[in-house]
Design a protein around this ligand. Sequence first.
Ligand code: KIV
Ligand code: ZN
Length: 508
Amino acid sequence: MKGNKVIIFDTTLRDGEQTPGASLNVKEKVKIALQLDALGVDVIEAGFPRSSPGDLEAVRDVAKHVTRPIICGLARATKKDIDDVHEALKKAKRPRVHVFLATSRIHREYKLRKAKGDILKIAVEAVKYARKMFPDVEFSPEDASRTELNFLAQVVEAVIKAGAGTVNIPDTVGYSVPQEFGGIIRHLMENVPNINKAVVSVHCHNDLGLGVSNSLAAVLNGARQVECTVNGLGERAGNAALEEFVMGLNMRKDVFGSLSTNIRTKELFKTSRLVSKLTGIVIQPNKAVVGDNAFSHESGIHQDGVLKKRVTYEIMKPQDIGFKGSRIVLGKLSGRHAFLNRLKKLGYSLSGGELDQAFTRFKSLADKKAKIYDEDLATIVEEGLATVPEKYKLVDFRVTSGNRISPMAEVILRKGNEKLTASATGDGPVDACFKTIDKAIGRRGKLIDYKVSAVTGGKDALGEASIRVAFKNKVVIGRASSTDVIEASVLAYVNAINRLWQKTEGRR
Ligand code: KIV
Ligand code: ZN
């Protein structure tokens, strides 16, 4: 056990990006990494370089722009994977390679078809090979929580001896429960002779909704690094949510004593919104800590209690996580100076071009909407930051709809110098628009998910459309906002097409 600091290892850009439908381009990854830096995370797992050239580039770019935290790349226990992480991180200030190999009987027999002895040998060789290039090596026995305890202890001891400075114990399939998982960590702390030479880390998935609980149980038993993601994104049901783990530790000092993290909790809300915006994964309203309802009180008894004394029904202060609530700040008559000032207060610093673009968007929104709230400003800025190339641009759309006619849409798009026009009918005005766009671009999208939510209250609120569309086997997200929800939907569809273009032709 090393001190009372719990290292926060953020894997939003790696495991988080494995969330079905979430995909980030390189610039978006860098934007998130810069915010993770502002949040105070200690380690950023920026990607899995061997998985694609795009991931290698993203890890390299993150390391170029973000120099305070350790930047980590994932590798299977093979030379090629480790070489690729080295290639991506050769200019990083504080590089780390994270090597993983499954150890559980299920994975050994069905996935790897290897005996225990082979696993031990491959793990040790991989760590030794990695240590030749990296001073900082982390090893993960994948599916650790379903691995025989004695074998797990044997692997952990061997990789530490081979040079791993961090051993990460993943609950890969989110199967463990807190008492059991805490017991696994305790067993390792008590039975691995060289355990003090490494930091023990945990990586808990959320298949049973226990990712954060298991991580908290682990730190009570000696783990000093927690791998987590913003908004709990991640493979399947996701990973332990960073904001929940950190606030759990902070709020319950009576249980966790002096255990603490370097996280600046006032940055949590902003980070959560940025990740949601760029990944396109909407935060459920009742999500702990950062959900829209986390600080709303619906019942009269609760409202009365909070008005009398906040602590009756509120365990955290919204301000502690940087949640400022809806505030009318600007309007039609507000000038550039007031706009810039408010953005600064919200923690945004934009370059000249970005600021011009955001101000233009603000002015056109203020023409349609009397009161501009902080949330509107955040939407304006973050949409401007979303760096999807506008290969296809919406020029014009028209839609007629009613209860006795078939909705019909006409759309004009621009692709470079080419003008694409089409018209089609659909089951509703939005469906008609989407079908028309499909016709114009000559592709067929299958809508998997469609949500429209209001950014703030009021009839003139900005509506944010968020969609997930499958074009054959490629799933992309799209997101856009407007005071007109049909326009927001059309723009979100065009945004999805641009993401598809970026994923396919754009890469080439
Ligand atoms: O869930 C898991 O086991 C992982 C490993 C690569 C650490 O993501
Ligand atoms: Zn994982």
